[in-house]
Design a protein around this ligand. Structure first.
Ligand code: FRU
Length: 487
């Protein structure tokens, strides 16, 4: 199938026009819902709507009509959705339904100050049509000009709804029994983590440690807005701690900052609500862009993609609890075929992949350190372009370098190299890469080190290379699978 230049083969993109944050991620009656910040009348940010898509496998998405449009209370900013299983809201008759909790954003007449308030909409037809709640907005506090992005979940132990909301440089936590009336419980954030930009799009959920349901921690995710002074732009941090239904306690040193992703293009991500207990995965998707340059990326009819959906989990490594991310296993159905190599010594100048040409693929590699100072892959290569996914042995550093990746001219902060520390385990490094028409996602060391970066190569930049520098490396195993388009 012929796709427009840069159109992702297997990442979710809007058919037309502008998209940012994922919203209202919820699983209900066998369907994954993905709503998203959407401007249906242009390819840059504008009056926000909720676009909508549905999937039965998180891989293939069906575009649906716009779910929520601006109204007398303003534009529809980010938020979440839940299944109201017990009809606590009283909005349903005889069966559970979906409730979306989102931010209404406006500037009141006669004021020059933005106003953000929380509102509800509900659906009793599996998300196909939505009714705004007649009592909107349901939560406001004029002390906070930034007061947005409610993420709601049912807290089993205390038998109530919990909302976490971004309030400028903190998050506030609220309680409710019916999703309509909310009471303040606590505030978190002062002196904690990064305050480089405004706090946005929080999430809060419990994860078991090493798969042991008896040992858990709570993860709070907070996205940090872009400021002109910092080249990094917008990024996402997380905290590991405890939550008793009212208060979150960070169990790390308050000043330590943990970034969810060490690339530039994973923002405003949140997790799916109401995944069944038998499945039990905590699944997450992010907006694969960066406010620094999102509105000038070189696509024409649409702008932005989502990351691949990922599973978040906690593992213990050397006594330290770490959050890891792995692409959902459902994505393996995109493989058209797989070429495999085992036990190959790669010397400087060798390229066992020189016969391959493709514009999207999945690469799974396990290397054993040899004499090389650096090794890895070059993807989307041609005489003019290449993107490097490499490992530097002495520095123990995984990196993506997109400075020669293709079109980098649209913003001065787009070019560059993004790195994260990753120790080799028993002298081995596992690198898992997802390449698409305009992105590279790297999950190394079983998801301990993640780098998500946009790239804009030419369609004919289809070469692939394994490389080493300053010596050899032992490729224990390598699988390369060209992937099919989701259509
Ligand atoms: C994050 C964000 C949210 C807001 C939305 C508006 O990218 O700024 O805080 O709700 O985008 O589109």
């Amino acid at each position: 199938m012929e796709l427009e230049k840069y159109r992702s083969h297997y990442h979710f993109t809007p058919e037309l026009n502008w998209m940012n944050d994922p919203n209202g991620l919820v699983y209900f009656n066998g369907e994954y819902h993905l709503f998203y910040q959407y401007h249906p009348h242009g390819t840059t940010w504008g009056p926000m709507h909720w676009g909508h898509a549905i999937s039965s496998d998180m891989v293939h998405w069906k575009h649906c009509p716009i779910a929520l449009a601006p109204d007398e209370h303003g534009a529809i900013f980010s938020g979440s959705a839940v299944v109201d299983w017990k009809n606590t809201s009283g909005l349903f008759v005889g069966k559970p339904g979906l409730v979306a909790i989102f931010t209404h954003h406006d500037t009141p007449p006669g004021s020059d100050r933005q106003r953000q308030r929380q509102s509800l909409a509900y659906s009793d037809d599996n998300g196909r049509t939505w009714t705004k709640y007649s009592g909107n907005p349901v939560l406001e506090d004029e002390r906070f000009p930034d007061y947005r992005d409610p993420k709601v979940f049912w807290h089993e132990r205390t038998n109530q709804w919990v909302m976490i909301l971004a309030t400028g440089q903190t998050v506030c936590i609220y309680h409710s029994l019916n999703l309509i009336e909310w009471t303040f419980a606590s505030e978190f954030g002062e002196g904690q983590g990064s305050h480089d930009g405004v706090w946005e799009c929080p999430d809060l959920f419990e994860l078991s440690i090493d798969g042991d349901a008896a040992r858990t921690k709570w993860i709070m995710i907070v996205s940090i807005g872009s400021v002109p002074e910092l080249a990094e732009g917008s990024r996402t941090q997380y905290f590991i701690g405890e939550f008793d239904g009212s208060t979150f306690v960070n169990k790390q040193t308050p000043e330590s900052i943990r970034w969810l992703d060490h690339g530039r293009d994973n923002y405003a991500g949140v997790s799916w609500s109401d995944i069944s207990a038998e499945d039990g995965r905590r699944m997450y998707i992010g907006w694969m862009s960066n406010w620094k340059y999102a509105q000038v990326t070189p696509t024409e009819q649409w702008r932005s993609a989502m990351t691949v959906p990922r599973v978040l989990s906690l593992i213990t490594r050397d006594g330290v609890i770490k959050l890891i991310q792995q692409p959902v296993i459902e994505l393996t159905k995109l493989r058209t075929r797989t070429e495999t190599w085992n036990s190959v010594i790669v010397e400087e100048g060798d390229n066992p992949l020189s016969h391959m040409a493709m514009d999207c693929c999945e690469i799974v590699a396990e290397f054993e350190l040899g004499t090389a100072e650096e090794f890895g892959f070059k993807v989307r290569t041609s005489e003019n372009h290449f993107t490097v996914v490499g490992y530097q042995v002495r520095e123990q550093e995984l990196f993506v370098d997109r400075s020669s990746s293709g079109d980098i001219s649209f913003h001065e902060d787009f070019t560059g190299r993004h790195a994260v520390r990753l120790e080799a385990l028993n002298q081995r490094v596992i690198i898992h890469i997802w390449v698409d028409s305009s992105s590279v996602e790297v999950f190394a060391g079983n998801g301990e080190a993640v780098i998500t970066d946009l790239i804009f190569p030419d369609p004919e930049d289809q070469g692939l290379e394994v490389y080493t520098r300053g010596g050899n490396v032992h490729l224990i195993s390598l699988e390369v699978s060209p992937l099919q388009s989701i259509g």
